[in-house]
Design a binder for this molecule. Structure first.
Ligand SMILES: Nc1ncnc2c1ncn2[C@@H]1O[C@H](COP(=O)(O)OP(=O)(O)OP(=O)(O)O)[C@@H](O)[C@H]1O
Ligand SMILES: [Mg+2]
Length: 439
């Protein structure tokens, strides 16, 4: 069962930038294996190219460079070994549960009688017995996701791809479904040989996977691989479980850190322009909110896994806040805990006026684009410039929508720090008016 089912060799994917402005590299130089009998997780932040990679391995889009080999054959179109479960369910509203489940079989040329028989078996397996004639609108989110599983599994794929299958469900439903998948898998009664799970939820990866590949961003690449060396089912209460979760939090909140269990190195090219390093999209309130929580803790630190539970933010949002804190020098992550730095402590306890000052100093010291933006403004005759000028610099590194978001975040942070002002009518950035001189 341990043969290599899917092999990716040096996969790169580039997308054209809108307006013919060159290309955007979504993933670069990715090599990986999906082995028979394993549950492999791809763990990465939003935009690290997880879905792109899945689509390439499923043969839905071709790579720009590199090859995918599935069951020993180079892929050249849709991958017959793979079926996919989507985050968004992707059910056809005008078809019943049974008809939705039969879709994949129909596409693969299975005749009507066998189609119905296999579909009914899968509907039973996922616990939807009795709902065969219901329509998607009559089902809850969790039930819709079950239909998605039944549809994917009915074709008996060698590998089941799951792209963030639990993230659109409420916490309880997600937890139930996760547990059921785990139980089916552990009992050896799962209809596919391997599972490839895409997630940005660290606990989910450690709970379900035998092996976790950690992806980095800009462009998407593999940072390293971690084996979940726990007996199945993975016990959340085991100290090793917590160790692995803590370790992954540390790795995920320090994009530059080495993943030390690493088996393959994929060097990332040196950053050339400061505008190629993305700002995490975090509001000032998120940054100061976390610092406030930390400053109230006796030792000014908290276990990240605990924090994820306590704050009502998604794991991805929490990681973005942590990344912002770390890159601004307000916090550091050590051994799965996040702790205040001296500057962070000062910020948390300062008056509003002083905290703006500290924020300004840290922006100029730690995040090079702010110094570049201020210097550019100072060099302009009237101290103002069209936001478009900076947008073009981000546009060289990101898709248009992400470039806009980068500008919005930079403006949000820069305004708070009173480094510059932004006029949303003229879309001009300008230096702040000098404070009136007291006489
Ligand atoms: N068809 C496309 N055209 C242009 N850019 C694309 C296309 N598909 C993806 N991208 C870009 O490639 C990058 C990786 O996207 P992808 O959806 O693979 O990330 P992801 O890791 O799945 O993120 P998420 O966790 O948000 O689902 C993103 O910057 C995205 O905007
Ligand atoms: Mg995705």
């Amino acid at each position: 069962m341990n043969e290599d089912l899917i092999v990716c060799q040096d996969i790169t994917k580039r997308f054209p930038l809108p307006g013919g402005k060159g290309e955007f590299t979504a993933v670069r130089g990715i090599s990986l294996l999906v082995r028979g009998g394993e549950l492999l997780a791809l763990l990465g932040r939003s935009g690290s190219g997880k879905s792109t990679l899945l689509r390439i391995m499923a043969g839905l889009i071709p790579p720009s460079a590199g090859v995918v080999i599935s069951s020993g054959r180079p892929l050249n179109g849709p991958n017959p070994d793979v079926a996919m479960v989507f985050q968004s369910f992707a059910l056809l509203p005008w078809l019943t549960v049974l008809q939705n489940v039969e879709l994949g079989l129909e596409a693969r040329g299975v005749g009507p009688a066998e189609r119905e028989q296999r579909a009914l078996r899968m509907i039973d397996l996922v616990g939807l017995d009795g709902f065969e004639s219901s329509y998607p609108k009559e089902l809850s989110g969790g039930m819709k996701q079950r239909v998605g599983y039944a549809r994917a599994l009915a074709v008996e794929p060698k590998v089941l791809f799951m792209d963030e299958p639990f993230s659109a469900l409420d916490v309880l439903t997600a937890e139930n479904l996760r547990g059921e998948i785990d139980a089916l898998w552990n009992a050896g009664s799962f209809p596919s040989q391997s599972i490839l799970l895409v997630t940005h939820n660290i606990e989910e990866a450690v709970l379900l996977a035998d092996r976790v590949l950690v992806l980095g961003s800009n462009p998407g690449h593999i940072r390293g691989e971690i084996t979940i060396d726990l007996p199945r089912p993975h016990d959340r209460k085991a100290s090793r479980f917590k160790e692995l979760v803590d370790y992954l939090y540390q790795v995920m909140t320090n994009p530059a850190a080495d993943v030390s269990f690493e088996t393959v190195h994929h060097p990332v090219p040196a950053v050339v322009s400061p505008f190629s390093k993305p700002l995490p999209h975090v509001r000032i309130g998120g940054i100061s909110g976390l610092l406030e929580i930390l400053s109230k803790k006796p030792d000014e630190s908290i276990e990240i896994a605990v924090l994820a539970d306590r704050l009502a933010v998604s794991p991805d949002d929490l990681l973005a806040i942590l990344e912002a804190e770390v890159s601004l020098g307000f916090a550091q992550t050590v051994a799965g805990r996040v702790a205040l730095t001296d500057v962070g402590r000062e910020f948390a306890r300062a008056t509003i006026l002083r905290s703006k000052e500290i924020f300004r100093e840290q922006l100029l010291k730690c995040i090079p684009i702010f110094e570049t933006m201020v210097k550019t403004l100072e060099a302009c005759p009237d101290g103002d410039i069209s936001a478009e000028f900076f947008l073009d610099l981000w546009d060289e590194h990101f898709p248009a929508e992400e470039a806009q978001r980068q500008l919005a975040t930079a403006v949000d942070w820069g305004r708070y720090a009173e480094l510059f002002e932004y006029d949303s009518v003229t879309e001009q950035l300008h230096l702040p008016e000098p404070a009136p001189v007291q006489t």
